[in-house]
Design a protein around this ligand. Structure first.
Ligand code: FAD
Length: 257
């Protein structure tokens, strides 16, 4: 089984790949090289989600240029296309099981959530310690991409059993959704909504330094930070991490966009 769906609102293609039983299992933060049909140049895409029960890997491909537009156009006929994905490549520079590291902060920008999601999945599915706390912060322009990925976020929240906080910053939104009535709503949303269990902050970027301080006030305690997003965001994260000193460890994923 393999299939692809183009989510027009979010301009993203969701690709599900049924892995062969003998294929290597995708690891957190890994990516595959994706060939489509006659395309001779493979492009890298992260494995956003891996379901070990069904052996299905899910990728999300944002439509930005030539190749990703081809994938979006091909989505309806995708199951009949001779697609090859090779991998998996990449590894975490900061292991999730670093000694005494209770706190994990994951910071994603836009489509960079794909790399961060698999790391979040590993952080909550195989908790390293009973006292682990995971904070996932996702900054993006429009809420439509959250809606596409909300099933995975909901599964993370369920797996984490209260040890995961998800904070979403929607920086640009149409007036109807970002109305003043919900502009100040930072409390977790109620069950039944696509944003259930998440805090949503409208039209405001996070203060990265404050975020890290809130996760681990003591600079002597180990703090693991993982980030993937636009270069400027990752540079802010790197600055905030460097100000904390040697007990804060940073892993970055670069998409080169
Ligand atoms: C390790 C890794 C993992 C990745 N994982 C993912 C993932 O999970 N999901 C994902 O969506 N992406 C991911 N990417 C990024 C993805 O590989 C690229 O977005 C994709 O290969 C771009 O190919 P393209 O032909 O569609 O775009 P290109 O045509 O190569 O365009 C790339 C960039 O150039 C800009 N551009 C293109 N044409 C023009 C123009 N005429 N004028 C100005 N700017 C232009 C585009 O806006 C875009 O920013 C990953 C990248 C890496 C390195």
């Amino acid at each position: 089984m393999q299939c692809a769906v183009y989510h027009a609102d979010a301009e993203v293609v969701e690709v599900q790949l049924q892995l062969k039983p003998e294929a290597p299992v995708p690891h957190p933060g890994c990516f595959g090289l994706f060939h489509l049909g006659q395309s001779t140049v493979p492009h890298p895409f992260s494995v956003a989600w891996y379901d070990a029960k069904t052996n299905v890997a899910t990728l999300y491909i944002k439509r930005v240029g030539t190749f990703s537009s081809l994938v979006a156009a091909a989505a309806p006929a995708y199951k009949d296309m001779p697609t090859v994905v090779t991998g998996w490549h990449g590894s975490l520079m900061v292991p999730l099981d670093a000694p005494n590291a209770d706190d994990v902060v994951l910071i994603a920008g836009g489509i960079g959530i794909t790399a961060i999601l698999s790391i979040a999945h590993a952080a909550v599915a195989q908790p390293h310690s009973k006292t682990r706390r995971v904070t996932l912060v996702w900054v993006l322009q429009k809420v439509s991409l959250v809606t596409v990925l909300s099933k995975h976020l909901a599964e993370l929240l369920a797996l984490a059993e209260g040890t995961l906080a998800i904070q979403i910053h929607v920086t640009q939104q149409d007036a109807a959704v970002g109305s003043p009535a919900i502009a100040l709503d930072t409390s977790p949303h109620q069950a039944g909504s696509a944003l259930a269990g998440m805090s949503v902050i409208w039209k405001r970027r996070p203060n990265i330094g404050e975020l890290l301080t809130r996760a681990t006030p003591s600079l002597d305690m180990p703090l693991l930070v993982y980030t993937c997003g636009p270069a400027t965001m990752m540079s802010d994260v790197a600055d905030a991490v460097s100000k904390r000193g040697p007990a804060t460890f940073l892993h970055t994923e670069t998409f080169g966009l």
